[in-house]
Design a protein around this ligand. Sequence first.
Ligand code: 13P
Ligand code: SF4
Length: 314
Amino acid sequence: MSVTEEILKLKKEKNAVILAHYYVRPEVQAIADYIGDSFYLSKVAVGLKEQVIVFCGVSFMGESAKILNPQKTVLMPDASADCAMAHMATAEQIQKMRDTYEDLAVVCYINSTAELKMYSDVCVTSANAVKIVKALPNKNIFFIPDKNLAHFVAQSCPEKHFIYNDGYCPVHEKMLTEEICALRKEHPQAQVLTHPECPREVLEMSDYIGSTSGIIGCAAKSSCKEFIICTENGVRYELEKQNPQKKFYFTVTEPVCADMKLITPEKIYHVLQSGENEVHIDEKMREKCIRPLERMLELAEAGVSADNDKRGQA
Ligand code: 13P
Ligand code: SF4
């Protein structure tokens, strides 16, 4: 039996479901039951009928799934797969801002540790951040951990006062404008589609800015045939699957999240069989963490659309 067949068999036996982020390896995406961006996956994680969730992503994703589903077993194929940005803020910084500013909301990008969520007022993802920040009654916004996403959101929320943190995604931060310019020269018809975790100079040269799902949706809808993709290279799999007739180019220094790539079919098989790498969250901590996550889900669902993706950034 192939690994895939073994996984399918074990999934049935263990009453398990596989969730995967767009940044994991193509062979992992190919065997997942649900693939998506962070927002989609956090919504899907609520209300699954299966008892076991195998989360093919980094630790904050598995933690969020467990916080929202305490009665389920959440397994991580590789327990060391972590997001560097998730640790780039501290509880002390949050307290300092709370002491300094009245009328403050601590807005926590979902790419953060459970500890940071515990001290935050609301979570956001790159797909809903603008909508949620706009819906908050507070004037002052301390946005953690990502400075790039914070600046992007602030542009659309001039009525708010933003306090920035110094965090960033090491993969998106390395996106180079010279490399994008070189690709544009080679492919002058191509549209530049960019994730808001990229630095401001990259956002400024983009035709579209949005979450991974937003980028995939934009490429599918566009009449354009070529795209320069400024995000992690795992999205190539879904882009090419949905648009076999279109061309997708990535920068020469190809953006790769080494942690996302730690997940393999063999590791999925192993945790399904052994039950290893289960996510545990202390109940007192969970009770605090669930509030900002549930608030995100409520605010994102309110109104017309949960999508903050923006077109036509000059
Ligand atoms: P989205 O899934 O919200 O597009 O974010 C990308 C990311 O960096 C996930 O780690
Ligand atoms: Fe974290 Fe960046 Fe990897 Fe996403 S791509 S998991 S933000 S390090």
